[in-house]
Design a protein around this ligand. Structure first.
Ligand SMILES: [Zn+2]
Ligand SMILES: [Zn+2]
Length: 358
């Protein structure tokens, strides 16, 4: 290491003395929430999907292939939310080619978590007002409010033209994303189309394993209830847990101005999103991993895509960015020193031999 270059700091957690977080006063509903304007579409979608998910209790619909697809789907379709909606679109922590960004947006739409415009607006608003009155889903109202109730009442801070203007102009200048807002049938159509593909996959598998109409039907329906319906409900609860559990239970590495926590259970289920205290501390970073054991699977997905040449402008964690800019400043200072005319001592000057040009 050059004597002038600053040492690269390792992450130095402020933890240890941070917990326990003192009790905070309860918050009222956000000012922009209208308690008389019930969001019936969201409410009925939640209730219907939960009721339909109970079909997984029917023994005839149990199928190990469907269960495996369910587990795979939690990761794969969850990446539409964790990777695309959150890190690519909301925080711009990494850049994808447009076709890949749109592919992952379609995968996110298969999770039935609203359009990218509304999701990004809500999450940016959350970061602007975390655990304050205007936070759209703080558990300081109630834990259930932060988990799902916040969706059942209209909030003009997240669902209005003004909110789009403030938070998601950069998203809605993309014609595809704007079309999703204007033509409301597209998102449900994408969801139904993906359900049909999953059912076809299950039916094909059923045919090859059972060679009968009953086996084909059982395969298709088991994939529908496990691979589509229960998986959608599971991904919902995992995403909602980032709003509820990681603002309530867990430990802190950073004394942020909010109640965000690192929660290992949510981190496992949500592929790294549960390191939420780290994320609130450094929202721009593509990685939520601040300690070696805070495994962030979504970040490794980004690294894989970068290695494949499909991810660029990956934003490093804050302490690495600081070290890099300090190094750059030191390098610039060295260059400037080298650029000035050096003073040559007289004795040394007399020994300089000026070469004749050839
Ligand atoms: Zn948060
Ligand atoms: Zn975020």
């Amino acid at each position: 290491m050059k004597p002038n270059s600053p040492p690269i700091p390792s992450f130095d957690p402020e933890a240890i003395a941070l917990d326990p977080l003192p009790q905070a006063a309860r918050l009222p509903l956000p000012n922009a929430v209208n308690p008389n304007r019930f969001q019936s579409v969201y409410f009925y979608a939640l209730v219907t999907m939960h009721l339909l998910a109970l079909a997984t209790l029917i023994p005839w619909l149990f199928n190990w292939y469907a269960v495996l697809f369910f587990a795979f789907g939690i990761y794969f379709f969850g990446q539409g939310i964790n990777l695309c909606y959150h890190r690519v679109l909301t925080h711009r922590s990494v850049k994808f080619p447009l076709w890949l960004e749109h592919f992952w947006t379609v995968i996110a739409l298969c999770c039935m978590e609203d359009t990218p415009g509304k999701w990004v607006t809500t999450h940016r608003h959350h970061h602007n007002h975390s655990d304050e009155t205007d936070d759209p889903h703080s558990p300081l109202v109630t834990l259930w409010w932060s988990h799902f109730q916040w969706m059942t009442l209209h909030n003009r801070d997240t669902h209005s033209i003004e909110a789009f203007q403030k938070y998601s102009k950069d998203i809605l200048c993309d014609p595809f994303y704007m079309k999703l807002e204007k033509k409301k049938w597209i998102s449900p159509a994408i969801y139904l189309a993906h359900a049909a593909v999953v059912v076809a996959l299950g039916a094909t598998l059923g045919w090859f394993t059972g060679h009968s109409f009953t086996a084909t039907l059982q395969g298709g329906l088991s994939f529908l209830v496990w691979g589509v319906i229960l998986r959608t409900v599971a991904v919902w609860h995992i995403t909602w847990s980032v709003n509820s559990l990681t603002h309530t239970f867990g430990y802190r590495n950073h004394a942020n101005d909010d109640r965000s926590r690192n929660n290992w259970l949510v981190a496992i289920l949500a592929s790294g999103e549960g390191w939420h205290n780290n994320h609130h501390h450094d929202q721009a970073s593509a990685s939520n991993q601040h300690r070696w054991w805070e495994f962030d699977l979504t970040y490794y997905h980004i690294i894989l895509l970068k290695w494949m040449g499909l991810a660029t402008q990956v934003i490093a964690p804050k302490h690495i960015r600081r070290a890099a800019s300090a190094k750059a400043r030191a390098a610039a200072a060295t260059t400037m020193t080298k650029g000035t005319i050096p003073m040559v001592p007289e004795a040394a000057a007399s020994s300089i031999v000026i070469q004749q040009p050839d």
